[in-house]
Design a protein around this ligand. Structure first.
Ligand code: NAD
Length: 262
């Protein structure tokens, strides 16, 4: 088995990464940073987001496993004291591969078209002032949005930023995108839907900039700022992310453990 490890960079995560390499060498796993089959993320959900983006160019060829060094993560379900058990299971059994939907955007500027993928979400905000954008769904005008921002989340990202802005939690078997508002302006003059909505696969939403504005576009944990964005097309990606499960941990159990039985 060819594997790579991405750790959060703190002392505990680094020492666990070293331990993992030792245990893996004893089992005859091959360390392969460029083209691994399995990527082990050691840290938190943010580390898994980083691991995903490090290998997004070969997303269909890798499967991810997460070890959390802090509280239970949505993407990191192995505990620090379970490292040996994980390596034994990796050596002894084939994992079940769970595939989760990704979000895809195409950003159009006057000079280029840029494509990005998100595991959690894209977030669009105005850098200096209220965000003003026209939203079209499947090429039909939908609404004119004025407010703080828009969160475009995947099902597995629905428990992250999307949840904080009142969006619904969506099971990752439902191939969809959720579009949620951050503090929209609603009065006699301005009107938006006022709730989040789900787009199925093969539908798309265009977000068109309606004034000269500097936009902050967050792609999971990384933000960029640009003044030249004309429009952003959002859709469910044809690609999916693979997670290697050596034992079951159903999505709704994660939701319960993270938000209810804390
Ligand atoms: P981080 O790793 O500190 O993550 C922030 C928090 O979000 C952590 O508690 C993490 O466990 C949790 N989280 C991340 N992905 C999750 C998921 N899919 N389901 C449930 N919880 C999840 O910070 P970071 O590395 O910058 O992570 C970026 C993420 O932080 C973004 O993708 C976004 O979802 C989230 N975020 C949330 C808010 C908010 O809730 N108001 C604001 C900004 C960013």
């Amino acid at each position: 088995m060819k594997y790579a490890v991405i750790d959060r960079g703190d002392t505990l995560s680094q020492s666990l990464a070293e331990q993992f390499h030792q245990l893996a060498a004893e089992r005859g796993f091959e360390r392969e940073d460029a083209e691994p089959d399995i990527v082990i993320s050691i840290g938190g959900d943010g580390t898994m987001l980083q691991a995903f983006h490090n290998y997004v160019h070969r997303v269909s060829k890798v499967a991810f496993v997460g070890i959390h060094t802090g509280h239970l993560g949505f993407y990191a379900d192995w505990k620090v004291n379970e490292l040996e058990e994980l390596v034994s299971m990796m050596a002894a059994s084939e994992p079940i591969i769970v595939r989760y939907p990704l979000a895809e955007i195409e950003v159009e500027t006057p000079t280029e078209k840029l494509q990005y993928y998100a595991l959690n979400e894209f977030t669009l905000k105005g850098a200096d002032a209220t965000l003003v954008v026209q939203m079209n769904v499947n090429d039909e005008p939908f609404e004119m949005f004025r407010g703080d921002g828009i969160v475009i989340s995947t099902p597995s990202g629905s428990t992250a930023y999307n949840k904080s802005v009142g969006g619904s939690i969506v099971h990752p078997s439902i191939e969809s995108l959720q579009i949620a508002e951050i503090a929209s302006i609603n009065n006699r003059v301005y009107r938006t839907l006022g709730s989040s909505f789900l787009l199925p696969r093969h539908h798309h939403c265009d977000i068109i900039s309606k004034k000269e504005q500097r936009l902050v576009l967050a792609i999971d944990h990384v933000s960029i700022q640009r003044s030249d964005i004309k429009s952003i097309r959002c859709s469910v990606s044809p690609h999916k992310v693979n997670f290697a499960r050596y034992r079951p941990f159903p999505f709704w159990n994660r939701v319960r453990d993270a938000f209810i039985d804390m």
